[in-house]
Design a protein around this ligand. Structure first.
Ligand SMILES: NC(=O)c1ccc[n+]([C@@H]2O[C@H](COP(=O)([O-])OP(=O)(O)OC[C@H]3O[C@@H](n4cnc5c(N)ncnc54)[C@H](OP(=O)(O)O)[C@@H]3O)[C@@H](O)[C@H]2O)c1
Length: 317
């Protein structure tokens, strides 16, 4: 009994798992405990992801749109931001028809005033913010020697500064709710990708910003998640900017072989629910790549070059 008492107090959440190994098998105690334990946890799990106020930037397409559907399905209140008014209206109608409590705010995240306005609208409507997902993003495909510098500036403005602006204005509310700020980064935030200098730079910058923010808030209760999806089927390669800033218009990769945006959204929602700090998706292009970066960086560079050179119309071989 002393053993049980000690372990139960030291590890209250493990009580059910530990007790059979240490004491006589008191079945009625265990089954009663199990049901209390299970129902409390199910109740807790439901509470965790219900009725949260969730801001999602870049919610008009791809991963952001899938995140909107995922969080709506889990019973949360949503603030959806992007530039395309028509697409936002469509998603608003879709989710409202399913009973979701949601507002959309036309926002260009590269404009500080837009981000401040979006956060103000969120607080005006719902009175609080629990989760901010910095997802809005833009990519590129051009070698640095050929690219107009305005392309790199645009990528930094959307991917990095967009994250900074939205986080800045939402932060007081997120700290108050002991919520989560998430950044949808990329494996390009761990590894420099050829033809994506501006994209990699912007995602590395996001990592530095969010990591430092995480450390600053170690004692405030704020959770900071950096999520790095692998290649995901979406619009991002079609809208990627080329040398002169025009959109590429087509994808150089096989989108049908990639992870779907809805699968990515499920992983991200789960990571937020579990208050994780890092999420790396896919094995070869994700976890293995990050491992190689740490332990075999020279080999990874050669593999990355070879892999990216295989893209259709690659400007390097
Ligand atoms: N797809 C992938 O392979 C992949 C892999 C790793 C990481 N990611 C990251 O995932 C995020 C979402 O990308 P996605 O693949 O879902 O691409 P997507 O389908 O092209 O969606 C991009 C979203 O960002 C929004 N956006 C772009 N510029 C914006 C701006 N200035 N202000 C506000 N919103 C803006 C777009 O909406 P509007 O045009 O309506 O503004 C759109 O909703 C990005 O951060 C991307 O870097 C993608």
């Amino acid at each position: 009994m002393i053993t049980r008492g000690f372990f139960n107090n030291a590890f209250p959440y493990r009580r059910f798992h530990l007790s059979p190994g240490f004491i006589d098998a008191d079945r009625s105690y265990n089954s009663q405990y199990f049901f209390t334990f299970a129902s409390q946890n199910i109740y807790h799990a439901i509470l965790i992801m219900q009725n949260k106020v969730v801001i999602i930037t870049g919610a008009s397409s791809g991963i952001g749109l899938a995140l909107a559907r995922e969080f709506a399905q889990r019973g949360n209140k949503l603030v959806l931001a992007a530039r395309s008014a028509d697409k936002l209206q469509e998603i608003e109608e879709e989710l409202k028809s399913q009973g979701a409590d949601i507002i959309t705010v036309i926002t260009d995240v590269s404009v500080e005033a837009d981000c401040r306005n979006m956060v103000e609208k969120a607080v005006e409507k719902f009175g609080r913010i629990d989760i901010l997902i910095n997802n809005a993003g833009l990519s590129m495909r051009a070698l640095f020697k050929d690219v107009d510098l305005s392309v790199l500036k645009q990528l930094m403005d959307v991917n990095f500064w967009g994250t900074v602006y939205c986080t800045k204005y939402a932060l007081p509310y997120l700290i108050q709710s002991k919520g989560t700020v998430a950044g949808i980064s990329s494996i390009a935030g761990y590894v420099g990708l050829p033809g994506r200098t501006g994209y990699s730079a912007s995602k590395f910058a996001m990592h530095g910003f969010l990591e430092a923010l995480r450390v600053e808030n170690l004692k405030t209760g704020l959770n900071v998640l950096i999520a790095a999806p692998g290649f995901t089927a979406s619009n991002i390669r079609k809208t990627a900017l080329t040398n002169d800033g025009s959109q590429q218009g087509e994808t150089p990769r096989k989108e049908e072989k990639m992870m779907s945006a809805s699968e990515v959204a499920k992983h991200v929602a789960h990571a937020i629910e579990k208050r994780k700090s890092t999420l790396i998706l896919t094995f070869v292009e994700g976890k293995l790549t990050v491992w190689l970066k740490k332990w075999m960086p020279d080999t990874l560079q050669k593999l990355t070059y070879k892999h990216m050179a295989k893209e259709s119309n690659s400007s390097f071989k």
